[in-house]
Design a protein around this ligand. Structure first.
Ligand code: ATP
Ligand code: MG
Length: 631
C-alpha cells in the first residue's frame, strides 16, 4: 500500500485515533473529551468538551516565535498601496477591533455582518469576531443591496462592519449607499454600523447607529481583549454558497473542527510550514477566502497575502510580480482567473521569476486540460486541481503532497482526501458503484470530517433534507456533482447532477462536452447546456467565447468554426455528444464568484424565465444569449 493509501485508510477505519492525532496541530484551552459524537446523524459534533479559539490559533499562539514576521500583507492595485502587518501588529489591530465591537455591544454568539472590500481591516474584523466568540457573516463586497438585504435578514446581525467604498478596475464603488438601502429593505435592523473610511467616497453617518472606525480605534490603542474560550462546537461563522444552482444556502461552521481541519490541510495537502508565504487570489466573501486567505495560512504561522484588484491591471503580469516580490511559496486561484490570463499575452508570465512557488492550486470549477496545460507550460510549476464546496470548507478531492508526493493528472482533481468517505452512487438506486469508470453522484458517507458544515444556519431541516435525503434508501451526503473514478483512485468531475444531459437515453456530463470543445485552439471558454428536444429528449447546445474573434465577421465564418467544433466533439466523444448548435458570445454569464451560470443559460435557451439572478456578475451576458437563441 502507498503511504497515502495507508493514511487514508486510517482516517476512515480508525477515525477517532486519526483525528485525535490531528487535533494536536492546534492549541486547546481545555482538551477535548470525545473526538466525534455521531449519535444523532447526520449531525456530527467534533472534539466535544474541548475549548479553544480560532483567533488564538491564528494569531496569539505565534507571538512567542514569530512576533516580527509579516502575518498579513494587503496589496491593492486599485489604490496602489501595500500594507504589511507582523504577527505582533496584527495582534494589536485585532484587539482594537475586538474592543470596538464590544463597545458597540457585540457579545459571544452575536452575529456581525462584514461587507467589505479586500482591505486589511476586513481581516481584523473577522479575527476580532471569533476572538470574542461572535459569529461573522461575510458578504462579498460586489453584491448589491438586494442580495445584501436578504443576508442581513437571514443572519440577524447585531452589528455591520463596512467601508466607504471598494474599487474595481479603477472605478470606485461606494458601499455605504448600498448598505443603507439594504438595511432599509431588511426587516432586521442592526443596532450598530462600523464604517472604515478609506477616503474614497463621501459617507453620511446616521447618528446613534453609525460609527467611524478611525475615531473608535483611537480610543482603544493600547487595549487588551483576551480570547473567549469557546466550545469546539461553538459556531465560528456563517457563509453563503455561490448560488450557482439556486437560492444560496447559509453554511454554519464550528470552531474546533475547523481549526483542526485547516491545520491538517496545511500540513498534508499544501505541504506548508510556518514562515512560508501563501497567496490566494480569492475574496474574503467566498469560502476560499475564509479558509485560505485568513484562517489556514495564519493558523499555520505563514504570511498571507490579500489582494484587491484585477488579475490584468496594470497588466497581466501583476500576480507574478507579487509572487516574485514576496517570494510566494503557495498560490491558490481559480480556473476562471486562469482563463482570463489565457486571453492575454503569455509574455507577461515569463517576465517574472516565480521559482519560489511550490505549486499553484486551482479550485471552484472544472479545470479543463487545455487550461491546465497552458498555465503549466507558462509557469513551469506544478498545477494542482482541488475539488470542494463552501459546505466542506477544505478539499474533498486533491493530492496530499505533504503525506506523499503524488502526480497530478490533468482533468482530474485527484484522490479522496483523508477523512472523507467519498463514494460514487447510482442516483436512482442509491447503490454504490465500486468498479472503475462508472458514472455516479459524488457522495460522502457520514460523519462529514472536521471543518465541514454543522448545519444550515437556523434550518436543521433544510440541512437534512437538502444534503442527506437525495440518494434513495440511505442517509448519505450528496455533493450534487457527478463523477467517475479510475482504477488508481483519481476522480473526474463530470458536471453538476442538474447539468447531466440525456440525449436519446445517453447520459452525458456537460463537462465532458465542454472539455472536448475547449481543446479547439480557437476556443477560450465554453458552456454547454441541455435543452428540451421533441425527438431526442434533450440536445446539447454550446455557448463559446473565441480566443481570437476577429475572424468571426459573418455567418459563414461563424458556421465554419461551429462546424470545426462539432467535428472535434464527434471525433472525441461521438456524434451523440455533438452540440446541436454552437453559439459564439463575447462573455458567458457567471456568478460573482466566477462560476458558469448554466441554469440561467439553459433557461434562456429554452425561452424560460431564468429565475433568481442576484448572484450574477454581468446581466449583459444573458442579453447576448437571448438575442442569439431568439433568431
Ligand atoms: P450553490 O450551491 O449555491 O448552487 P455553488 O455550488 O457554485 O453554488 P460553491 O460552494 O462555491 O457553490 O461551489 C462548489 C461547487 O463548485 C462544487 O459542488 C462543484 O460543482 C464546483 N467545483 C468546485 N471545485 C471544483 C473542481 N476542482 N472541479 C470541478 N468542479 C468544482
Ligand atoms: Mg453547491
Amino acid at each position: 500500500m502507498s503511504r497515502y493509501a495507508d493514511f487514508y485508510r486510517q482516517s476512515i477505519d480508525q477515525r477517532d485515533a486519526f483525528w485525535a492525532e490531528q487535533s494536536r496541530l492546534i492549541d486547546w484551552h481545555t482538551p477535548p473529551r470525545q473526538v466525534c459524537d455521531y449519535s444523532n446523524p447526520p449531525f456530527a459534533n467534533w472534539f466535544v468538551g474541548g475549548t479553544t479559539n480560532l483567533c488564538h490559533n491564528a494569531v496569539d499562539r505565534h507571538l512567542a516565535q514569530r512576533a516580527t514576521q509579516p502575518a498579513l500583507v494587503a496589496i491593492s492595485t486599485e489604490t496602489e498601496t501595500e500594507r504589511s502587518y507582523t504577527y505582533a501588529e496584527l495582534h494589536a489591530e485585532v484587539q482594537r477591533m475586538a474592543a470596538v465591537l464590544q463597545s458597540l455591544g457585540v457579545k459571544k454568539g452575536d452575529r456581525v455582518l462584514i461587507y467589505m472590500p479586500m482591505i486589511a481591516e476586513a481581516a481584523f474584523a473577522m479575527l476580532a469576531c471569533v476572538r470574542i466568540g461572535a459569529l461573522h457573516s461575510v458578504v462579498f463586497g460586489g453584491f448589491a443591496s438586494g442580495s445584501l438585504a436578504s443576508r442581513i435578514e437571514d443572519a440577524g446581525p447585531v452589528a455591520v462592519i463596512s467601508a466607504d467604498a471598494g474599487s474595481r478596475g479603477g472605478k470606485v464603488v461606494p458601499y455605504k449607499p448600498l448598505l443603507d438601502e439594504a438595511i432599509a429593505l431588511s426587516s432586521h435592523k442592526p443596532a450598530a454600523v462600523l464604517m472604515v473610511n478609506r477616503g474614497m467616497a463621501p459617507m453620511h453617518l446616521q447618528p446613534g447607529r453609525d460609527h467611524d472606525w478611525t475615531a473608535l480605534r483611537a480610543q482603544h490603542l493600547d487595549t487588551t481583549v483576551p480570547c473567549e474560550w469557546v466550545e469546539a462546537t461553538h459556531p465560528s461563522y456563517t457563509l453563503y454558497t455561490s448560488g450557482t444552482t439556486g437560492k444560496p444556502k447559509g453554511v454554519q461552521r464550528d470552531t474546533g473542527g475547523y481549526a483542526v481541519a485547516l491545520a491538517a490541510s496545511m500540513k498534508h495537502i499544501f505541504d506548508a510550514k510556518a514562515g512560508d508565504v501563501y497567496f490566494a487570489t480569492s475574496d474574503i466573501g467566498w469560502v476560499v477566502g475564509h479558509s485560505y486567505i485568513i484562517y489556514g495560512p495564519l493558523i499555520a504561522g505563514m504570511t498571507t497575502i490579500m489582494y484587491e484588484g484585477l488579475p490584468t491591471r496594470p497588466d497581466a503580469g501583476v500576480w507574478w510580480s507579487i509572487v516574485e516580490k514576496y517570494q510566494v511559496t503557495h498560490m491558490f486561484s481559480a480556473p476562471t482567473a486562469v482563463r482570463v490570463l489565457k486571453k492575454q499575452d503569455p509574455a507577461y508570465l515569463a517576465k517574472y521569476n516565480v521559482k519560489s512557488l511550490k505549486a499553484l492550486w486551482l479550485a471552484g470549477e472544472p479545470l479543463d486540460e487545455p487550461t491546465a496545460q497552458w498555465i503549466s507550460n507558462a509557469l513551469q510549476v506544478p498545477i494542482i486541481d482541488n475539488y470542494w464546496q463552501t459546505e466542506t470548507g477544505w478539499p474533498i478531492l486533491t493530492l496530499a503532497n505533504g503525506v506523499e508526493p503524488q502526480t497530478a493528472r490533468f482533468g482530474s482533481p485527484g484522490k479522496a482526501m483523508y477523512g472523507y468517505g467519498v463514494k460514487l452512487v447510482d442516483e436512482a438506486t442509491g447503490e454504490e458503484l465500486t468498479a472503475p469508470h462508472q458514472k455516479g453522484v459524488v457522495a460522502i458517507e457520514g460523519p462529514l470530517p472536521p471543518g465541514c458544515m454543522q448545519t444550515v444556519w437556523r434550518d436543521d431541516a433544510r440541512f437534512v433534507n437538502t444534503y442527506w435525503k437525495s440518494i434513495p434508501g440511505r442517509l448519505i451526503y450528496s455533493t450534487f456533482d457527478w463523477g467517475i473514478r479510475d482504477a488508481d483512485g483519481y476522480h473526474f468531475i463530470l458536471g453538476r447532477t442538474d447539468d447531466v444531459i440525456n440525449v436519446a437515453g445517453h447520459r452525458l456530463g456537460t463537462r465532458e462536452i465542454e472539455e472536448s470543445i475547449s481543446a479547439h485552439p480557437n476556443i477560450a471558454e465554453v458552456a454547454v447546456v441541455g435543452i428540451a428536444d421533441a425527438l431526442k429528449g434533450q440536445v446539447a447546445i454550446a455557448f463559446a467565447v473565441a480566443r481570437d474573434a476577429s475572424g468571426l465577421v459573418d455567418d459563414a465564418s461563424r458556421l465554419r468554426l461551429e462546424g470545426e467544433v462539432m467535428k472535434q466533439v464527434d471525433g472525441q466523444l461521438g456524434a451523440v455528444a455533438r452540440p446541436a448548435r454552437v453559439y459564439f458570445v463575447t462573455v458567458l454569464p457567471k456568478t460573482r464568484s466566477g462560476k458558469l451560470l448554466r441554469r440561467a443559460l439553459q433557461a434562456v435557451a429554452e425561452r424560460r424565465d431564468p429565475g433568481d439572478l442576484t448572484t450574477m456578475e454581468d446581466p449583459a451576458a444573458l442579453q447576448q444569449v437571448r438575442e442569439l437563441v431568439g433568431r
